[in-house]
Structures are given as C-alpha cells and as structure tokens.
Design a protein around this ligand. Structure first.
Ligand SMILES: [Zn+2]
Length: 187
C-alpha cells in the first residue's frame, strides 16, 4: 500500500465505516478512497473483496456514500429524508445481487458475482444503511460532536450517549483541546 494514500477509519457498522471514507467533512476533508484501487482495498478489509474496480464504479460508490451520509444525517436530526438520497440508496440496494452465505463455523460471508462484484458490494452497503436509517437495528443515529466532523454514526452504547464518531480520532482530539484550554486558563 503506497504511503501516499490515507488509511481507513474502520468501525463496526458497515454503512458508517463506508461514509467514514471521507472524514473531516466540515473541516479540511480527507478522501480515503481517492482511486479505484483504494475502494477495492476498503472492500477487501470490509469482507466484500472484489477483483477489480473501475473509475465509473468508484463514482457510483462515492454517490452512494454521500447519499447514505445525507440520509443518515437527516435521520439523526429527525428531519425528512432527502428524496434524491433515498432514491440512490434504493437503486444500489436493488442492483446488488450478493448472496449471504453461512460458513461451516457459523459466520456470515457475502458472496459476490464476479462481473458485477462492486455493484453487489454496494448493494450490501446500501442494505446495511437501510437497516440503520429505518431504525430496524438496535442503536441510534447521532452526529459526531467534533465541529470539523459532524459525521453521522450509529450509537450502540447502552446509554445511547456516545458523542464522537470515533473515540481514537475525534474523541481524542476533543479531549486534548479541552485539556489545552484548561491549562491555558489556569496560567
Ligand atoms: Zn467525528
């Protein structure tokens, strides 16, 4: 992996791990899938490995990503879902033809059809987004408290009081900022 490409922010929820391939959306944004190969890399580490990925498929993926981001943000704010975003999520979900496969050791694996693997993978991601936006899954959509991020994330904590999309990045930075502010005030 060339060092020139930013690393991934992987979470436990597929759809919001996917939207986190663009971070710091309200600040100096970082595109983590700048080229088709990086989308292929992301899909591989997310259990949706494909053999190849074209520029057009990367465009399709980014369009889905931004649609999930828009719809999840609206859901977190309890606002009406943007119709264009819903349309794209549904189109990708309908286009995907991945099959869920049960492995001998009792795990779920996704089986993609080789010529359309990227579209199939996007279908799995779209369906995952539908399950969290619809409120079907146990958890709550919320927006990251970091002002330069504000990413929609899926809070599965028992108290539903998680504040940051990612404790190791946004959470940590916020804590450091508060620590520095307190130190400055104490001087
Ligand atoms: Zn964040």
């Amino acid at each position: 992996m060339p060092a020139a490409f930013p690393d991934f922010r992987l979470g436990t929820v597929l759809a919001t791990s996917f939207t986190a391939t663009l971070t710091e959306r309200r600040g100096d944004s970082v595109e983590r899938i700048p080229v088709p190969q990086r989308l292929a890399d992301w899909l591989a580490v997310s259990g949706l490995a494909v053999e190849s990925c074209t520029d057009e498929q990367l465009e399709l993926a980014r369009e889905l990503r931004e649609s999930i981001h828009a719809a999840a943000t609206a859901a977190a704010l309890q606002e009406p879902l943007p119709a264009a975003a819903v349309e794209i999520i549904n189109a990708r979900s309908a286009q995907g033809q991945a099959s869920a496969v049960l492995t001998p050791d009792g795990k779920r694996r996704w089986q993609l059809n080789s010529p359309t693997a990227v579209e199939d993978a996007l279908g799995v991601i779209a369906a995952d987004a539908i399950s969290i936006i619809s409120g079907e899954r146990d958890g709550k959509l919320a927006l990251c408290a970091s002002p330069t991020c504000q990413a929609a994330f899926f809070d599965t904590s028992q108290s539903r009081t998680r504040r940051w999309c990612d404790m190791n990045t946004c959470g940590n930075r916020q804590k450091k900022a508060r620590f520095n502010a307190n130190r400055a005030a104490a001087k």
